[in-house]
Every structure is written in structure tokens, then in C-alpha cells.
Design a protein around this ligand. Structure first.
Ligand SMILES: Nc1ncnc2c1ncn2[C@@H]1O[C@H](COP(=O)(O)OP(=O)(O)O)[C@@H](O)[C@H]1O
Ligand code: SF4
Ligand SMILES: [Mg+2]
Length: 361
């Protein structure tokens, strides 16, 4: 693996649940993130996937130091940056930037695009001399495939895909090393999603960026991820190289998620088995004992309620060095591939010309 740029160990974020107006008593906690470990190599993309509410955005905010963790450590370039404050915190925040999910609400409608993209320089004036900012903003717009002449326009004059390009330009303004993209294409039309993903791939190569790419859909991250972590109720339940997760999943939850991924090839679609999960995701304020997936798992046995499965290579696969030998938090891990192997995973849009359909209105 490449030299680690981010190392996350035992990351926890609990939000207190309180009762009472005057005397607020803590009566519990929402365990939004409940023990997450991963390493991101320099220049790599880690895909983080899981259903809504499993803690993805909370992980993103913790990585970008927008919130402090309840426990655990975040190391950046080998240095523990968890408890930093003041100038040192500001420096790390500059190096780890976020792209937000919804390009319709994350851009201030009353600011021009030029001011939005250049705003990070107001917060970090040391990043660019005042006289140089206009030129830099125009260059950033050009880099993400937008006409620099649009700097004076407002967000509502752009399509969804173009707005996400504006959000990406803004994230690049401070020349970050890591970009945390929190569902960057989930709010976009399917036809535009591939263009934005391709833009991110190109920018990664051009600027040597490392990505944490978050999605609720496994099909979106496959194209871009070197490694994938599958999250359930605040934890990663399976992780490994993207190919191992897609073609050799061993955790029942990953297998269920994969069985719901759209399959473009009709023949493969017919052979696919759908795994329908029963029951709802439990509340993160009442996490089941033992394996947190057990209330929805068709394989659950008595041991699953008693013992928390560790995220480690399961014993049955440890000796065989094949692709199934990757970490999986299940006592009864076994290979099961709901979708037959097919080679049409890439959506094939390489014409990254910046045209997301409509030009600005
Ligand atoms: N500030 C907060 N206070 C209380 N609960 C929160 C807060 N932020 C998130 N949560 C809860 O934490 C859980 C994980 O949320 P989130 O990280 O947004 O998940 P995801 O991005 O995967 O949908 C959810 O149950 C959510 O309601
Ligand atoms: S540990 Fe048990 S409940 Fe959890 S995923 Fe494995 S079989 Fe299912
Ligand atoms: Mg989210």
C-alpha cells in the first residue's frame, strides 16, 4: 500500500441524548460513529458505503475537523492531529477539504461563483496574496471545466452538475492533500454522475489528491475506489480492495447491498439473486448486543448476540491468500456473490468536457 496519509483508529462520535429543559440530564447517546478504523494511502481513493444514517457524514465531518471525536485518533501524515487547536488546527483543516452532497443547498445563493470559489482565501489569507486571488479563481474554474467568464454569475444560473463543479473548485482553492467527498453525486441526475466522477478522477491524477469518497450505493464507488469500506450502524463491517469487496464479499450485509445494485447486463441481471433484508435499521441510540447486524441477518445464531465480531480476516480465509482473505466482521463469514461477474462495470463516459447538459441560464 502507498504511504499512509490518513490513519484513523477507534474513531467514535456519540451525541448525548438529554431530557429536561432546566436540568438537562443525559439519558443515552446516539452512537453515530462507534469504532471506525481505516488507513488512506497517498494518492488513493477509499470508498465508504452504507445506508442512510450509518454515520458516513459524521465520519466526514470528523476527518475534516469540523467536529471533535468522542474517542479515537486521526493521524495525518503520521502525526496525531486529533486534539489540535489554534494555528495547527487551521493548517490541518486547510489540507483536508470537503465536497458536500447537495450542490443546490451548499452554495450561498447570494454570492457570485467567483466569491464562492475564492471564499476560502478570506479564511486562510496566507494561502494567496489578495492581488492574485481573482486570477486563481479563474484558473480553478477552468480546471473543473467551467468557463472562467462565469465568475460573476450566481449559483441558480447553473445546472446541478455545474454547481458541483463549483463546489469542487472551492474545495481545491487551498490546494488540499486530502478531499473528503460526501455523496458528491447522489443529488445529481444519473446522466451527470459519471461526468462528475470522471472529473474527480482527472483532478486526482493532476494534483496527486487522496480521496475519501462516500456513497450509499456500491455501484457509484466501484469506478473510483482502490479500496472500499462498508459501514453499518456506525462501524465498518467489511473492508478490502474494491475487487475483493465486489467479487468476493464475505459479510452478509455487503452481500445484501450488492444484490440491490443495478446490473446493466440483462443476462447477468437474470442470474442475479436478490437478498431482501427484513426489518429496519436499528436506532443508533439502541445498538444491538454482539453483532450489530444480527437483527437483520438471515444467518444470525446465538453466538452473534453474545460476541462482537472483530473487523479482521476471518479464520477460514486466513491461510488461503485469495481475494476472500480481507477483513470482515462476521463470525460466520463465507463467500457468496449475489451478482455474477461481468465486465461492464464502467459506465464509459470519458468525454469530460464540462457540459452537463444545459448551459447557465
Ligand atoms: N448533531 C447530531 N446530533 C444528534 N444525532 C446526530 C447528529 N448528527 C448525526 N446524528 C445521527 O447520527 C446518525 C448518523 O448520521 P450521519 O452521519 O448523517 O449518517 P449518514 O451520512 O450515513 O446518513 C443518524 O442517526 C443521525 O440522526
Ligand atoms: S456475526 Fe452473525 S449476525 Fe453478524 S453478520 Fe455474521 S452471521 Fe450475521
Ligand atoms: Mg450523509
Amino acid at each position: 500500500m502507498a504511504e499512509p496519509i490518513l490513519e484513523v483508529t477507534g474513531l467514535v462520535k456519540h451525541y448525548p441524548l438529554t431530557r429536561g429543559v432546566l436540568l438537562r440530564r443525559q439519558v443515552g447517546a446516539v452512537k453515530a460513529v462507534d469504532g471506525v478504523d481505516f488507513t488512506l494511502g497517498r494518492g488513493e481513493t477509499l470508498g465508504l458505503v452504507g445506508e442512510s444514517g450509518c454515520g458516513k457524514s459524521t465520519v466526514a465531518r470528523l476527518l475534516c475537523h469540523l467536529e471533535r471525536p468522542t474517542a479515537g485518533t486521526i493521524r495525518f501524515r503520521g502525526e496525531d492531529v486529533t486534539g489540535l487547536s489554534g494555528r495547527a488546527l487551521k493548517a490541518v483543516r486547510r489540507a483536508v477539504q470537503m465536497v458536500f452532497q447537495d450542490p443546490y443547498t451548499s452554495l450561498n445563493p447570494r454570492m457570485t461563483v467567483g466569491d464562492i470559489v475564492g471564499e476560502p482565501y478570506e479564511i486562510h489569507p496566507e494561502a494567496a496574496p489578495r492581488g492574485d486571488r481573482r486570477r486563481r479563481v479563474r484558473e480553478l474554474l477552468d480546471v473543473v471545466g467551467l468557463d472562467p467568464e462565469y465568475a460573476g454569475r450566481y449559483p441558480h444560473q447553473f445546472s446541478g452538475g455545474q454547481r458541483q463543479r463549483i463546489g469542487i473548485a472551492r474545495a481545491l482553492a487551498l490546494r488540499p492533500e486530502v478531499v473528503v467527498a460526501d455523496e458528491p453525486v447522489s443529488a445529481l441526475d444519473v446522466s451527470v454522475q459519471a461526468q462528475v466522477v470522471n472529473l474527480l478522477v482527472r483532478l486526482q491524477a493532476e494534483f496527486g489528491l487522496s480521496y475519501v469518497f462516500i456513497a450509499h450505493d456500491l455501484s457509484v464507488v466501484r469506478h473510483i475506489s482502490d479500496r472500499v469500506g462498508v459501514m453499518y450502524l456506525g462501524r465498518i463491517v467489511e473492508s478490502g480492495p474494491a475487487g475483493a469487496i465486489y467479487d468476493h464479499p464475505t459479510h452478509p450485509y455487503t452481500q445484501a447491498l450488492l444484490s440491490a445494485v443495478p446490473v446493466p447486463d440483462p443476462a447477468a441481471r437474470d442470474r442475479r439473486e436478490r437478498i431482501i433484508l427484513t426489518g429496519d435499521v436499528p436506532s443508533p441510540a439502541a445498538v444491538p448486543s454482539g453483532c450489530r447486524f444480527r437483527t437483520r441477518c438471515w444467518k444470525a445464531r446465538e453466538r452473534c448476540a453474545r460476541e462482537v465480531p472483530a473487523l479482521a480476516v476471518p479464520a477460514v480465509f486466513r491461510d488461503a491468500a485469495g481475494p476472500a482473505a480481507h477483513p470482515s466482521a462476521c463470525h460466520f463469514a463465507e463467500e457468496r456473490r449475489p451478482v455474477p461477474s461481468e465486465n461492464s462495470g464502467d459506465s464509459g463516459d470519458s468525454g469530460d468536457s464540462g457540459g452537463d447538459g444545459n448551459g447557465p441560464g
